[in-house]
Design a binder for this molecule. Structure first.
Ligand code: G3H
Length: 487
C-alpha cells in the first residue's frame, strides 16, 4: 500500500550460486537476506490491491490510458537509472553471465516500450466507433481487477515484466511475489514503483510461495492469476480459488521442446543451433531444446559435432568474458540431473562427451546422452539444466508420435534442407505445439511475437499485443441513435 513495512519477523538468507573457493572446497556465497512475509501480511498487501482497485472505481483503473502510459514511462526512466545494480544482482542471484544479464535488462526495457506503442494502437482503435442497426458503439478495453503475479527464477526480471507490465498498464492493481531465487534484484525498483504509481497499485510481498500464496487464492479476492512456472503449482493454486471458473489464468508453464534432425539436415547448423537451444543459460529456459531426435544415418556426424562444440564452451564465473556455462541457482539441481543421468545409464545410454555430467557444489558440466529411449526418465521429464538427450530415429512418424503423446506443447525445431519434407512435417507439428521453428533453435523472442503453448505448457497468450488483451476485457459504450440521444 505504498509503504515499506519495517521488519522484525523471519528472513530468508540468499546464497549466490556463484561459488567461492574455501579450505573445504567450493561453497555458495551469502549475498543478502530478505524478509519473509507471514500469511497475515500477505493478505494485508492483497487488501491494499483490492482497495486501490475499489471495484473499478479507483484512481488507477479510471485513469486515462495516456496518463497510465506517462506513469509507466516515468517508472522506466527510474528503472534505467538502476540498471547497473539490477544487472549485477541478476548475475549474483541466479548465476547468469554478465552479458546475458545485461541482455535481460535491455530486453525488458524494449518490451516495456513495445507495450506502450501497442497500447497506443489499441487505444486509437477504441476511439473508433462502430455503427450497426442505428447503434453507435465505442469499443474499449477495461481492466479485470486484482492480479496476483509470480515470475520465474530463470528470467526474474524479463519474464516478470512480461506479465506485470501489461497487467498494470491495462488498469489492474497488483500483488507481486518475486521468485525465491531472484528476489533481491527487484529491491532497487520498489522505490520507483512507489514514486510512479498511486498508492496500493503495485504491492510487493517477499516470502515462501507455498506458505503465503494458498491463503491469497482461498480469499477469492484474486481476479487474475499469472504465473510463469510449473503446471503442477498452477493447477494446485487454481483449485484453491472459491470461484475457479471465474478466475482468469495467464500461465507460462512446463515444456519439453524437441529438435528433429532429418536425414536431409545441414548437420553443422543443427549442431550450432542445438548448442544455443539446449545450453544457453545452462538449459534453464522453458524454451530450451530438451530432447533431440536425429535420423540414424546422421547420428555419428551429429554427436561428434555436438561433443566438439560443447567441449569448446567456456565454463566459469558469470562475470568472466566469453563465459557460456555458469553455476546453477537451485541447490537441488546437480543431484537431480545426476539422477537422470544414472537412470539413463541404467537403461543403456552413455554420456558421450568428455567430462560430461561432472558436478560439484553448484556446477554441472553438460552431458550429452546417447542413445536415449522411452524407458528413460529424461525422455519425458523436463530436465531444465545442461543435459542433452539424443534419440536416434528411422521414420519421421516416430517424432510426430512423440509430440502427440507428450503432455507438453510449446515448440519444436525441424532441421532439414528438403522443402517438401519440411512442409510435410509442419502441419502435423503445428497442431501439437504453438511454434514450429525451421532450421533454428526454439526460443521465445523476438518478444513481440505471440508466446503461448498447448496442453500443460501454457494458458492464455503472452507477448505484447496478446498480453494487453489477456489482462483486459473488451467493453462497449453503446448509444442508440434516437431523439433523446441526438446530442
Ligand atoms: O524460459 C522462458 C523464457 O521466456 C525464454 O526466453 O527463449 O528468449 O530465452 P528465450
Amino acid at each position: 500500500d505504498g509503504e515499506m513495512r519495517p521488519w522484525q519477523g523471519a528472513t530468508h538468507t540468499v546464497y549466490s550460486p556463484v561459488a567461492v573457493k574455501t579450505a573445504e572446497g567450493y561453497k555458495r556465497k551469502v549475498i543478502g537476506t530478505y524478509p519473509v512475509c507471514t500469511e497475515k501480511e500477505a493478505k494485508e498487501a492483497l487488501d491494499a490491491a483490492v482497495a486501490a482497485y475499489d471495484n473499478g472505481r479507483g484512481q488507477w483503473p479510471t485513469m486515462s490510458v495516456q496518463n497510465r502510459i506517462q506513469c509507466v514511462e516515468q517508472f522506466t526512466h527510474k528503472m534505467i537509472d538502476q540498471k547497473e545494480i539490477v544487472v549485477k544482482l541478476i548475475m549474483w542471484e541466479i548465476g547468469k553471465s554478465y552479458a546475458d544479464s545485461v541482455k535481460e535488462f535491455d530486453r525488458t526495457v524494449e518490451y516495456i516500450y513495445a507495450t506502450i506503442d501497442a497500447l497506443k494502437d489499441i487505444d486509437r482503435d477504441s476511439s473508433r466507433f462502430q455503427i450497426e442497426q442505428g447503434i453507435v458503439a465505442q469499443i474499449r478495453r477495461s481492466p479485470l481487477g486484482v492480479v496476483l503475479c509470480m515470475g520465474p527464477f530463470n528470467y526474474p526480471l524479463n519474464e516478470t515484466f512480461t506479465t506485470l507490465l501489461p497487467a498494470l498498464i491495462m488498469g489492474n492493481t497488483l500483488l507481486f511475489k518475486p521468485p525465491k531465487h531472484g528476489t533481491l534484484l527487484h529491491y532497487p525498483l520498489l522505490q520507483a514503483f512507489k514514486e510512479c504509481f498511486p498508492k496500493g497499485v503495485v504491492n510487493t510481498i517477499y516470502g515462501r510461495g507455498a506458505t503465503i500464496v494458498p491463503a491469497l487464492m482461498q480469499s477469492g479476492k484474486v481476479n487474475v492469476l499469472t504465473l510463469i512456472g510449473s503446471s503442477k503449482v498452477a493447477d494446485e493454486l487454481k483449485k484453491l480459488h472459491p470461484k475457479v471458473n471465474r478466475l482468469r489464468a495467464i500461465l507460462g508453464l512446463d515444456a519439453k521442446n524437441a529438435a528433429i534432425v532429418t536425414e536431409n539436415a545441414d548437420v553443422k547448423l543443427a549442431v550450432s543451433e542445438t548448442v544455443l537451444g539446449a545450453l544457453s543459460f545452462n538449459g534453464q529456459r522453458c524454451t530450451a531444446l530438451k530432447i533431440v531426435f536425429v535420423h540414424r544415418s546422421r547420428v555419428d556426424e551429429f554427436l561428434s559435432g555436438l561433443s566438439e562444440a560443447v567441449g569448446k564452451l567456456k565454463y566459469g564465473m558469470p562475470w568472466e568474458k566469453g563465459v557460456s556455462l555458469t553455476p546453477l541457482p537451485e541447490p537441488h539441481k546437480p543431484a537431480y540431473l545426476q539422477d537422470l543421468i544414472t537412470d539413463a545409464a541404467a537403461h543403456g545410454a552413455e554420456v558421450v562427451n568428455e567430462g560430461g555430467g561432472a558436478t560439484f557444489e553448484s556446477f554441472v558440466y553438460p552431458a550429452i546422452l546417447y542413445p536415449v529411449n522411452k524407458h528413460m526418465r529424461v525422455y519425458r521429464e523436463e530436465q531444465f539444466g545442461p543435459v542433452i538427450p539424443v534419440v536416434p530415429f528411422d521414420d519421421l512418424e516416430e517424432t510426430i508420435e512423440y509430440l502427440i503423446e507428450s503432455t507438453h506443447g510449446q515448440q519444436v525445431s525441424i532441421f532439414s534442407n528438403d522443402a517438401a519434407e519440411t512442409a510435410a512435417l509442419i502441419d502435423p507439428l503445428v497442431n501439437q505445439v504453438s511454434r514450429v521453428n525451421i532450421n533454428c533453435q526454439c526460443q521465445r523472442g523476438p518478444d513481440t511475437f505471440p508466446f503461448t503453448g498447448r496442453k500443460d505448457s501454457a494458458e492464455g497468450t503472452l507477448s505484447v499485443v496478446d498480453a494487453l488483451r489477456s489482462f483486459s476485457i473488451r467493453s462497449l459504450v453503446a448509444t442508440k441513435l434516437n431523439e433523446t440521444n441526438k446530442h
